[in-house]
Ligand binder design. Structure first.
Ligand SMILES: Nc1ncnc2c1ncn2[C@@H]1O[C@H](COP(=O)(O)OP(=O)(O)OP(=O)(O)O)[C@@H](O)[C@H]1O
Length: 292
């Protein structure tokens, strides 16, 4: 279990996190979704016991992060993209190195072999990590983070820079960790990826502006706005200035628009189901006291 209660963190005058509260259960993949600088990494660092909150508190695997930061570090698995992979060690050596930090020496060989199998790394076990493609290196980074079977797994942008096929594989592996009962907290700024999480918190300017399942967030956004597709030849700037139009961008042969709930602009309109990018735009506007 990960439980965050009113956590704030300042860096000088900058408020990086502002009264963030959330709970993540075992078996759950929970996404922290937000743009650059919204506080995702700061929260993960606090929950990993490497940074103290300025206010509020958090429990990770039953441990208070303020009082037991060293025990927290031992209870979690943490992957920060590929930074944690040693390029001049082989895949197996990387896993052994990490496993030895956490496990009794006798338990290391089994844990390493089991992880190599689970992550499909058999054919690369003797290869230098530096020679792996980006997708396989990220797979190794994830394998390393969980080789010791942690109860809680933190993944900071685990798919950055990967192609769609590699991203899908990594997400399957992330879900595999949740299926063995781990709490999994993932940061991402890819809206499409966030749909793969069981639940999400939308972070904006250090605040959680909404949280729930992707479906709940979509429904929440639809209470205040509508998303439509319009096949029109009017210039985008002109469309954006129409009453009731909150945002719009090119899409196929027309434009995708976010409209106020009751707006009926004089355009051919086709209602479309919102994706998480639409949801994010709608909810950030609401949060900022927009006109929605
Ligand atoms: N050690 C630090 N000292 C000063 N400011 C910091 C420090 N760490 C983070 N910040 C600031 O806190 C804010 C939140 O940063 P954070 O890295 O948590 O965001 P993020 O959502 O993870 O962004 P990204 O997606 O770019 O990784 C940013 O304005 C950042 O500049």
């Amino acid at each position: 279990m990960v439980s965050v209660e009113q956590v704030s963190r300042r860096f000088g005058n900058l408020v990086a996190l502002d009264k963030v509260s959330l709970q993540v259960r075992p078996g759950e993949v929970f996404g922290l979704l937000g743009p650059n600088g919204s506080g995702k990494t700061t929260l993960i660092r606090i929950l990993s016991g490497v940074l103290l909150p300025s206010a509020g508190g958090a429990l990770v695997a039953g441990l208070d992060v303020r009082r037991y930061p060293e025990q927290v570090k031992a209870a979690i698995g943490y992957a920060t993209q590929e930074a944690s992979v040693y390029r001049d060690l082989t895949v197996r050596e990387n896993l052994e190195f990490r496993a030895r930090l956490y496990l009794d020496a006798r338990a290391v060989p089994y844990a390493v072999e089991e992880t190599i199998r689970r992550f499909g790394l058999q054919d690369f076990a003797h290869q230098l990590a530096g020679a792996l493609s980006g997708g396989w290196r990220q797979r190794l980074a994830l394998a390393q983070a969980v080789v010791h079977g942690p109860q809680v797994v933190f993944l900071d942008e685990p798919t950055t820079g990967l192609d769609p096929v590699s991203r899908r594989i990594i997400w399957d592996l992330i879900h595999q960790e949740a299926a063995r009962g781990a709490v999994v907290l993932v940061t991402t700024h890819y809206m499409d990826e966030a749909e793969r999480c069981h639940r999400l918190a939308l972070l904006f300017g250090g605040q959680v502006i909404a949280q729930g399942t992707p479906h709940e967030l979509e429904q929440l956004a639809l209470q205040s706005a509508q998303v439509v597709y319009s096949e029109t030849s009017l210039p985008l700037e002109q469309i954006r200035s129409l009453p009731g139009v909150l945002d719009g961008w090119p899409s196929g042969n027309g434009v995708r628009l976010i409209l106020e709930k009751q707006a009926t602009p004089a355009l051919p309109l086709q209602t479309v189901y919102p994706n998480l990018e639409d949801v994010f735009i709608i909810l950030t506007r609401l949060h900022n006291g927009g006109t929605t």
